[in-house]
Design a protein around this ligand. Structure first.
Ligand SMILES: NC(=O)c1ccc[n+]([C@@H]2O[C@H](COP(=O)([O-])OP(=O)(O)OC[C@H]3O[C@@H](n4cnc5c(N)ncnc54)[C@H](OP(=O)(O)O)[C@@H]3O)[C@@H](O)[C@H]2O)c1
Length: 358
């Protein structure tokens, strides 16, 4: 008996109960069959398949997926260029939201709870009607939390929080960030303004300037505009920018580090250009005490004290519930139309996330 047939006979409400009783039911999912650096060919390696719903282990839960985004890390993953490479075939998707419908021995108390998940282990991901997630990789949500926003909650808001912490520790008056039309950057900007920190945003398209300015951004530069380096250095000096958040790499990394005031730090947290860091004026590290560091969410989370993550999560959820913070969602797609959804997303990433819905 398969899930698709059952769906015709049972209401959504009874489906949860059914899950507990019948482990043989099947679900629709996306399956990655091969990695390919060429993104178009990589997408051809994505198939819609029907497979058995996973069974949660003792410390795991089974989640009925509500929505799952496509992030730059998912794109890099299907290209085989991410730092996580799983055995194939596998269900892709690192993030998602939903409701717990079944749980292992140590997680029964979560049945019926709304959760947000970040699935990175060498197991199936979130682009499926159901996914299994370990207790350590999920966030139990407040009832008021919107499940679309929750689909994009476990990674970017915490990354923005971790990045802003660095600026606060360095008592920054101003920061520079690239990929400024992206969702991490949007939350960083909000957090920076809340803390009285000026933001110099760098984008690569004219449309993004208008978009950011309509959202309240005050200093937006386009990376290939005339006299870019001089303008960046001049604003940075005026505002005393001592931190730059780099999600791009390549020439832009050097441009940002060179523009910062002495005793500054370039924090690299993404490599969207696919290029190594370039263009650094050697005088900066030698005579001006400028440094380069890296940030990744997993290590940041591992360094937190006991209940610190819970407190940050509660704070961030409150911000999302109140509407102070938001992940912009440009649209959604079905599992069947995932490839089209991915294409729309990579064509205009600054327009917001595309959610995959079962
Ligand atoms: N280290 C960590 O722990 C961590 C955690 C979360 C995210 N990240 C990284 O943070 C970055 C941003 O993620 P996100 O979710 O905020 O992205 P997003 O919302 O999907 O937006 C991506 C942004 O990057 C821009 N962009 C893409 N390729 C670019 C390039 N080659 N040069 C310049 N700009 C480019 C896009 O502009 P267009 O509209 O012009 O394409 C868009 O504004 C990614 O690299 C992601 O992997 C890292």
């Amino acid at each position: 008996m398969i899930w698709i047939l059952q769906k015709k006979r049972y209401s959504k409400k009874s489906a949860n109960l059914l899950m507990v009783e019948n482990q043989d039911i099947k679900m629709k999912s996306i399956q990655l069959t091969s990695y390919n650096k060429n993104i178009i060919r990589a997408m051809l390696g994505l198939k819609l398949v029907e497979k058995e719903v996973g069974k949660p282990g003792d410390n795991e839960v089974l989640v009925k997926m509500h929505a799952s985004p496509c992030n730059p890390s998912d794109i890099a993953f299907i290209q085989g260029t991410y730092n996580i490479v799983k055995s194939l075939p596998v269900v892709p998707g690192f993030e998602g939201s939903g409701v717990v419908v079944e749980a292992g021995e140590n997680a029964k108390y979560l049945i019926g709870k709304k959760i947000s998940a970040f699935v990175q282990s060498d197991s199936e991901g979130t682009w499926a009607e159901y996914f299994v997630v370990n207790l350590n990789d999920l966030i139990v949500l407040q009832d008021e939390m919107d499940l679309d926003q929750a689909a994009c909650f476990t990674v970017n808001p915490f990354t923005a929080f971790g990045l802003l912490e660095i600026a606060l520790l360095r008592e920054s008056k101003a920061i520079i960030q690239n990929a400024a039309g992206g969702q991490v950057a949007a939350i960083v900007r909000k957090m920076a303004y809340e803390n009285g920190i000026e933001v110099i945003d760098i984008v690569r398209k004219k449309e993004s300037v208008e978009l950011l300015e309509s959202q309240g951004a005050k200093h937006v530069l386009i990376e290939d505009e005339e006299n870019f380096q001089e303008k960046l250095a001049s604003i940075s000096l005026n505002l005393r920018a001592n931190i730059a958040f780099d999600a791009v790499g390549g020439n832009l990394s050097g441009s940002m580090l060179n523009a910062l005031i002495p005793d500054a730090e370039l924090v690299v947290y993404g490599g969207l250009s696919g290029k190594p860091i370039e263009n650094i004026d050697v005088m900066g590290p030698i005579f001006q005490n400028k440094i380069i560091s890296g940030f990744n969410l997993i290590d940041w989370k591992a360094d937190l004290e006991d209940d610190e993550f819970e407190k940050i999560s509660e704070h961030l959820q409150n911000k999302f519930i109140s509407g102070d913070y938001e992940t912009v969602i440009q649209g959604s797609t079905t599992l069947e139309n995932t490839v089209k959804g991915l294409r729309d997303y990579i064509t205009n990433m600054s327009a917001g996330k595309i959610l995959i819905r079962p």
